[in-house]
Structure formats: C-alpha cells, structure tokens
Design a binder for this molecule. Sequence first.
Ligand code: AMP
Length: 644
Amino acid sequence: MAELSLPFKSRYFPIKKFLDVYQKSLEDPEGFWAAEARKLYWFKTWDKVLEWKPPFARWFVGGMLNASYICVDRHVKTWRRSKVAIYWEGEPGDSRALSYSTLYREVNRFASVLKNCGIGKGDNVVLYLPMIPELLIFMLACARIGAIHTVIFSGFSAQAVADRVNDIQAKLLVTADGGFRRGKVVPLNSIVDEALTKCPSVEKVIVVKRTNSPITVKAPKESWLDDLLEQAALFVEPEPVESNHPLYILYTSGTTGKPKGIVHSTGGYLVHNCSAYKWVFNLREESVYWCTADIGWLTGHSQIVYAPLAHGAATVIYEGAPDYPTIERWWDIIEKYGVTVFYTSPTAIRMFMGYGEEMLKKYDLSSLELLGSVGEPINPEAWLWFYHYVGGERCPIVDTWGQTETGGNMISPCPGIECVPLKPGSVTLPMPGIEVDIFDEDGKPVPMGQRGFLVIKKPWPGMLLGIHGDPERYKETYWSRFPGVYYTGDYAVKDKDGYFWVLGRADEVLKVAGHRIGTAELEDAVVSHPQIAEAAVVGKADPVKGESIVIFARLKEGAEPSPDLKKELAGHVRKEVGPIAVPDEVYFVTKLPKTRSGKVMRRVLKAVANNTSIGDLTTLEDASSVEEIIKAYQELKEGEVKKK
Ligand code: AMP
C-alpha cells in the first residue's frame, strides 16, 4: 500500500483496523464509495461514480433507486417483516409499535393519498407535523413517488412556514390538528391558516388528527387524512429515480436573513448515511436506537428516518418535551424499550446534569451499549457526566460532527469499524472517505494546537446538491472563502494526536440549544417591530443551551424604552421566528458600534454581552459608542439585580 500522509499521527497507533479502512478510502475514494453503494438496492447501477464539476458534485450518475423501496420494501421480503421498525411514544403516554409490514402498508397508502391529490415526481410537499409516525410515513411516501419533501420543524412560526413554502412553491402541505408540547396543544393548523394567507402556490392541505382539537377543515382545499385514506390503494409502485434526483430540501440558517433550502440527493445521501450509521452506531440487528433529535432537523432525517430504516433497524421516537411530565421521562423510555444506542444533544445532557444523577438510579439503563452526542460542542464535564452516570462507565460516546449541508456525519469515532480511544470533548478523527483539515485565514493548514477554519477537501456522497434556486449563493457561501475547498463555517483545532476539536461557529450563526439560527434572520425579525429602528443580535455563552440570544436594539424617534417593550419585543421575535428564537436579554441602546464602512461590530457587542475583553477597536467609526454600550449594559444589569 502506498505511503499516505494521514491527517493524524497518533500516539495511539496502531488503531490498525480503523486506519486501514481510512487509508484505503483515501487512496481510492471512488472505489471505496462504489463498494459501499453496492450494499444498497439499485434498480439500475450507475454509469459513473462521481462527476465533479467544482463546486457541484454528482454521485452515482445514472444509477436508479428508490429510498422508500430501500427503507421498507426490501425488509418486508425478509423475516424483518414482523420486526418492529418504530417504537413511538406520545407525550401524553400513548404509544404505538409499527412493524416493517405495517410501515410498508402505511407508506403505500399515504403514497396513494399523495397521488390522488395530484402529487407526482418532482413536486414539492411541505410537512409541518409534530413528531408522530405520520411524519415519517409521509416522508417515505413522498420518496416512493419521487416527490420532494420539505419538513418544517413544528416549532417554527407562521412567517417561517410561509417563507419556506414560498421559496419552494410547494403544492401540498401536510399538517395536524395540533401537537402536544409540555401538556399543551400547539395549534399547528391555525399557524398554517395564517401562513397560507401568504402562500398562493399551495393547492391542497392534508390534516392529520392527533390532538382531537375541535377544528374545522375547510373543504375542498383542506381534507382530513383519514377521509383521504378511505380512497387509498394498498400498493403504489415505487418510482425509480436517478441518483441525483432530490430526496428532500431542508432549510437551515445562514449569515443572511433568508434561510437556505439545502437540497439533498437520493443516491449519494443514502450511501453516505447508511455507511456512516453503520460505522458510528455499530449497527447490530437486535439494537434499539433512540435519537432524540426532532425529525425537522438533518439529524432527525438521517438518524431517525433514512439510515436506521434502510438498515432495517428498530428506532424509538418520542413526541414531546424531555422533562414532561417529569424529568424522569427519558430514562423511563430507555428502560421501557430497552434502548441500546442513545443519541442526544449536549444541551439536553447539561440540562439533566443540573437535576443531578439521583433520577437515573431509579431506572434500569443496563440495556445501553453506546451513547452519542450531536449538534454543538460538548464540554468535557457534560461528556464525563454522560459517560459515568448514563452509560455506567461501559458505553463509548460517539461525538459526531456534521451539518445540514454535509448530509451525514463526517467526523466521529467509528465503533462499527474500530473505536478509537476517546477524549471528552473531541469529535476525534474524520470518518472513512472524508478528508478534512483546518486552515488559517490564507488557506494554509494551521499548525497543531492552533485554531482555524474547518474545511472539507474532497467531495463526499452526502454533500448537498446545492441551495434551492440559488447556485450563486451556494458557490459564495461554501466555496469562495478557500477556492476548491468546502468552508464549513466552524472553528476547530487539531491536537497533538491529530484529534479534531470543533470549537463553534466562525460566522454569524448562533447555536441555541443545538438549533442553528442566523443573527441576520433574528435582526430582521427585531426590526420588523414598529418601534425598532435598528438592531444587532449576538450570542452569549449559556451553561445549558450553549448559547443564548441577546438583542441590542435602537428605538425609533418617540419610542420609549420600558420593561414592557422588552417583553413585547421578545414576544414579537418568538412570533416571527418561533419559540426556539426567544431572546434571553434585550437591551435598548441609542447607538450601535459600527466600523467606518458602516458594518455593525458584532464582536464588540458579543464581548459586552459575554463580559470578555473587546480587543482591537481601531476600525470603529465612533469608539464612544462602545463605552455607551458597556455603560448601558452595566446599568441594565445592575438595575435588574437591584430589582431582584
Ligand atoms: P446543523 O446544520 O443545524 O446540523 O448545524 C451544524 C453545526 O452544528 C456545525 O457547523 C457545528 O457548528 C455544530 N455541530 C454539529 N455537531 C457538532 C459536534 N459534534 N461538535 C461541535 N459542533 C457541532
């Protein structure tokens, strides 16, 4: 084997098996991924493994497949027909177990409903549903007929729904009569009613019954799913699609106010995810997987729906809040279903840490074999707490790094091949077939121990096809900073063993409880309030959520700052963006610090909000505004303390 310069020279050498696989994958990436692709089912094999016309990659060109066939049809031809595919736990305590044969029947019937509503290959369907089995069944039903689904997280507001629906010109929207959250009903259909006043493209709305809320469905545009199912056929032929036919579009925040519709392929996405799933989660037939993410995010798409079902695995889905009705809910679910692989977020781990480990002792968590963390950096204290108390010191923790855009995990321990020695807080090493590095401002690899920008050097199968309707933004966002190299927007550092540590975002994107929210998107929402002239939003370090939202706002002439206006503004942002975007602090200022070219110096505001040093201010247009902001901030802080 040719000598390769591996990105990690480790004192742990040899981690022989893993490094062999990794090295081979880099020597012949196309051969490597083609071998992985053969493990899926293709109606027709590809003509070309990779067509790379930078920055656009097309994988398995000419190959024909169907995601729903791979996730359900394959299994019902085997003993897995009677295996449980989904253990679903509703927030009020109801539950359902769906076998692969039930899932197969439902996916077919739902696909028939979609067809009867005039939906076909290439049509855009929006799914705005709570975490109920119908969401996942609709995703697979879309895939079955070649329609492209866009799941909108059910915590988003009417405006956020309307923006996304309009961006893709969706023809059909599926929602529910409500969803349960902390014992209350979230009125999804009335949010949809409000959104749809601004969405002319939507011809049809399907409403799933979940909460039995007394709502009226407005025929003929709206129909209950149950009524449509009465006319549904029991079988719909899966539509073979070319590998690069979009499987879905999923929105994520960026550095401008407009969210990006990330388009994922069918073939490359499935190949990447199925392989990554097997490596990261040490796939075993008898395992019970529980990924606590919401299906509305990439992690949910990949780790609750497509990868586990493609493997014929059993997954747990929980509808509600982690601490409802008590903080013991999650541990009860692990015991009830004998969960073996438990994959969650640092925010959740930190929240439970705050409650102490007594609650864990009441439950039998001995089924757990592997733990996982995703979505934001995990601090070593939280990692160790998770390891000691939840995993009973016997379960490795896979800290997995990926993005909506990467489609699948990219940097993570791979116990399914060979688990590298773990370090709390490090995502460890890149996965097979993935070449990453850390660059300085000039695009040169940084020395060990130095912070830089995390980049991906070669195309990978799960890579986004592009941003919906905006190829220029795709090029600009990911490929212009370092030509020919994918820019992730994250800061990272590599230690002396070559292990990667992802430090957080290098761009103007916040990670609040693992949710990605652009500051520009929040600022747009703030200034849409009639009394606000200008605003800047920054993140503040938060011991549980990772980051919290802090707003600095300048009022319009004549508007008076007041605690009521602060509350009103917080409520306004919540309404415009959704409950995930509720600011923790609002400060009224008379001036925002700006550079001479007029750009708000968010760095200054961030330092003020975080009480850290501000650094070089020589480019500030009017340095006095910094003092003013510090003064305003301190006064407000003191004022609040006094009030308490
Ligand atoms: P999203 O597209 O919403 O999945 O967010 C992707 C971003 O989440 C990445 O760019 C990172 O900033 C962050 N992230 C995801 N996983 C990790 C992880 N394991 N460690 C540190 N940051 C992470």
